[in-house]
Design a protein around this ligand. Sequence first.
Ligand code: NI
Length: 267
Amino acid sequence: MSLSVEQLFEHLWQQYIQINPQAEKIQQLLEQRGETIINDHIALRTFNTKKLGLVNIADSFIRRGYKVIDEYDFSKKKLNAIHLEHVDNINHPKVFISELRTELFSENLQNIIAQIDAQITEEEVAQELFITSGRTWNLSFEQYIQLLRESEYAAWTAAFGYRANHFTVSLNHLTTFFNLEDLNNFLLQHGFVLNDTAGSIKGTPQQYLEQSSTMAAPVNLEFDHSTHVIPGCFYEFAKRYPLPETGRLYQGFITASADKIFESTNN
Ligand code: NI
């Protein structure tokens, strides 16, 4: 293991801003105001096959001082998820990893995922930069559309492969914005488009977590025989509230709000 945890996040960030340059622009705008960005969390997506399941994706982080803190069940989206935190440094982003429960979908979807799985070896999954390897398998636009009809998540993951789906700015660490409304207004004034599914802010102070996000930037993506413009990655913003018992900021995720945030990559 040669990469530090910081280097791993830097690889993920550089790969992310290549297809989501709006995140870099927003970061620059915030830095021009004198802000220093701390990431609340990043999110990764995978399929629940033996080789690609979230346990294997989590390994890169566990080997670098992370541990699994909680597990989630997104029954509507048919996903399992976990979140990990760094044991020693709370300023390292939390890592949210989800996996599609492929067995709950059609035989056709399961066949497409099995074809993807067959094109990746266990050795590749074990490489330390596997989580930034992108798409290394064949995929036709027809297959993408077939996946999209059943699961936006499946289609996105098949099209973009291994990379961060989003980074998330921690509003608690910003000094010139006190709430998400102010930050959202600032972004709207600068011409960014926000995800308005169920209002631009998901979650409430009573749930100890509020989040908003940009809509995913369109990406010109190459498929087997053609190139198409499809939604890529979004940038997220999170404000956490202290728990009454401990006074510590809530560190978990709300399944109902995350269902809406997953829709940031909808067409
Ligand atoms: Ni998120």
